[in-house]
Design a protein around this ligand. Structure first.
Ligand SMILES: Cc1cc2nc3c(=O)[nH]c(=O)nc-3n(C[C@H](O)[C@H](O)[C@H](O)COP(=O)(O)O)c2cc1C
Length: 334
């Protein structure tokens, strides 16, 4: 029996699992594999050098799956911001109808997407921003807890409390993001009132992920203690894999007087991070990873992963339902 939630109904998917936007990783082959497996794959707009290249990536994804997929637009603090609207319009013109927004001030994009009748999933890391997203008219909130890869915000609230708070405060559906890698996490998220889950790190370590096999092997060999927070002192915290480069960044931040971004720029450059995935050298630069690296023990296809998550979640939910016994049976046992 499939799990039916407000998310599966809204997106027309079978398994309530979304693959979140991932810089350098959210490419057509992975996105299509997730959508073909019954979840929602999401292309990462800014991984493409310009809106024209995003169009090509959308067309390529269409050749690989007949199912729905989305496009992520991540709004980053930047002196020279990318052409966000150009990416958004290119995706709209290519017929994309599901968007994931993340980062600062998504209101203009949300307005544009909603004026075109699109579904918007907005990712945020605290209840205040979730409620602001709700007021903007987004359809689903993706609530990223402290465990997540990438930017967890500055409040340090773990998913368990953050999702229970979402249940108290939000009126629209929300999905659990950060720290989920298996059917147990999916079942727990549903118990916390979520309509599904969003995963990043787990999808990096799948057959269809475009990263070098050495990086997948490194994830499998890692424990939950192998991530680290950089940019804490710059109030732009990011959870990344613990390696020589990220440890050096943190050491520079902790020195008396701290470190300015300019002093870290070379170490944290996005191009170095990209090379990690291309060369398969986990120490080449900074790469995003969540604490789920400790949960990941294999490198399955997306179809194997989602089918396993679905059946494990169902088994766990059924097992929990069996915890409920009739009062007469309890008395009879005593
Ligand atoms: C390699 C990698 C790159 C990511 N890049 C982005 C990004 O560009 N934009 C974004 O909104 N989130 C990004 N994320 C965050 C994911 O979309 C997702 O919110 C997060 O991974 C959830 O936590 P989990 O890794 O514990 O599943 C990235 C995550 C990973 C692992």
């Amino acid at each position: 029996m499939p799990l039916v939630t407000p998310l599966t109904k809204l997106l027309g998917i079978r398994v309530p699992v979304v693959q979140g936007g991932m810089q350098w990783v959210g490419l057509p082959k992975l996105v299509a594999a997730v959508s073909n497996a019954g979840g929602l794959g999401i292309l990462t707009a800014l991984t493409q050098p310009d809106p024209h290249a995003l169009r090509a990536a959308i067309r390529e994804t269409r050749t690989l799956t007949p199912h729905n997929f989305g496009v992520n637009i991540t709004l980053l603090p930047s002196i020279n911001p990318p052409d966000y609207e150009g990416y958004a319009r290119a995706a709209l013109e290519e017929g994309v109808r599901i968007f994931e927004t993340a980062g600062n001030n998504p209101a203009p994009l949300v307005k544009l997407f909603k004026s075109q009748g699109c579904i918007v999933i907005h990712k945020c890391t605290n209840i205040r921003h979730a409620k602001a997203g709700e007021r903007m008219g987004v359809d689903v909130l993706s609530i990223d807890g402290f465990e997540c890869a990438g930017h967890p915000g500055e409040d340090d609230i773990g998913g368990l409390v953050l999702l229970a708070r979402a249940a108290q405060e939000l009126k629209i559906p929300y999905i659990a993001s950060g720290g989920i890698a298996d059917g147990r996490g999916l079942a727990a998220a549903l118990a916390l009132g979520a309509a599904g889950v969003n995963m990043g790190t787990r999808f990096v370590c799948t057959v269809e992920s475009p990263v070098h096999q050495n990086i997948k092997d490194k994830i499998v060999a890692s424990t939950e203690r192998d991530t680290i927070h950089i940019f804490r002192t710059l109030h732009n915290t990011a959870r990344v894999f613990r390696n020589k480069v990220s440890e050096e960044v943190v050491a520079l931040e902790r020195r008396p007087g701290g470190a300015k971004f300019e002093e870290l720029r070379e170490l944290v450059s996005g191009q170095r991070g990209r090379k990690v995935y291309e060369l398969g050298d986990p120490d080449y630069g900074i790469w995003s990873a969540g604490v789920t690296v400790g949960l990941i023990k294999d490198c399955p296809t997306c179809a194997e992963l989602l089918s396993r998550m679905e059946s494990d979640a169902e088994r766990i939910i059924e097992g929990m339902a069996r915890m409920r016994v009739r009062e007469e049976d309890v008395k009879a046992k005593l």
